[in-house]
Design a protein around this ligand. Structure first.
Ligand SMILES: Cc1cc2nc3c(=O)[nH]c(=O)nc-3n(C[C@H](O)[C@H](O)[C@H](O)COP(=O)(O)O)c2cc1C
Length: 139
C-alpha cells in the first residue's frame, strides 16, 4: 500500500465520441464507482455533450493505471491532460467518481450524480487551480 501523504491529481479534457450516449456514460460510471472505491480513487467527471472533463486523484500508481485505460477508451478521443500535480490533500471528500452531465434531461438519481446546479455549488469547495478549472468549465 502506497503512503497517502501525497496524492496525484490529474485533470484531462477529451471529446465525446459521436456514438456515446448519456446512458452509456451513466452506465460506465456506475461500473467505475466500484473500481475507483476499491482502488482508493476519487474524482469528478463532467460532460457537456461535446467534452469530458475529469479530475482523478489517488496514489500515483493507481491514477496512472486508470488513466492508461481511459486514454485508449473508444467512447472519447483527443484526450489531453490539463493539469497534473501532487497534493497533500484530496479535493473530493469521498472515494468514487462524482458525475455531472450538463445538458442531461434524464433524472438520474444516485448518490454520486450531480445536477448542473449541484455541481456548481459543489465546485465552489474546490481550491486552487483545480477549482478555477472546474468553475470555468461550469460557468
Ligand atoms: C470519459 C471516461 C471516463 C472514465 N472514467 C473511469 C473511471 O473513473 N474509473 C474507471 O474504472 N473507468 C473509467 N472509464 C472506463 C475505462 O476507460 C475502462 O473502460 C474501464 O476502466 C474498464 O477497463 P478494463 O475493461 O480494461 O478493466 C472511463 C471512460 C471514459 C470514456
Amino acid at each position: 500500500m502506497e503512503s497517502e501523504t501525497q496524492v496525484k491529481q490529474l485533470i484531462y479534457r477529451s471529446f465525446v465520441d459521436d456514438d456515446t450516449s448519456e446512458a452509456d456514460i451513466y452506465r460506465m460510471i456506475r461500473h467505475a464507482q466500484k473500481y475507483n472505491i476499491e482502488h482508493g480513487l476519487s474524482g469528478f467527471l463532467i460532460c457537456d455533450s461535446k467534452n469530458f472533463v475529469q479530475l482523478i486523484e489517488g496514489a500515483v500508481s493507481q491514477v496512472n493505471r486508470l488513466f492508461d485505460k481511459i486514454k485508449i477508451d473508444e467512447r472519447h478521443h483527443e484526450v489531453e491532460v490539463q493539469y497534473r500535480d501532487m497534493s497533500l490533500s484530496r479535493i473530493m471528500p469521498f472515494l468514487g467518481m462524482g458525475l455531472c452531465l450538463l445538458n442531461c434531461k434524464v433524472d438520474f438519481q444516485q448518490d454520486f450524480y450531480f445536477t448542473r446546479l449541484q455541481a456548481k455549488e459543489f465546485s465552489s469547495l474546490f481550491e486552487g487551480k483545480v477549482g478555477n478549472y472546474f468553475r470555468g468549465f461550469l460557468a
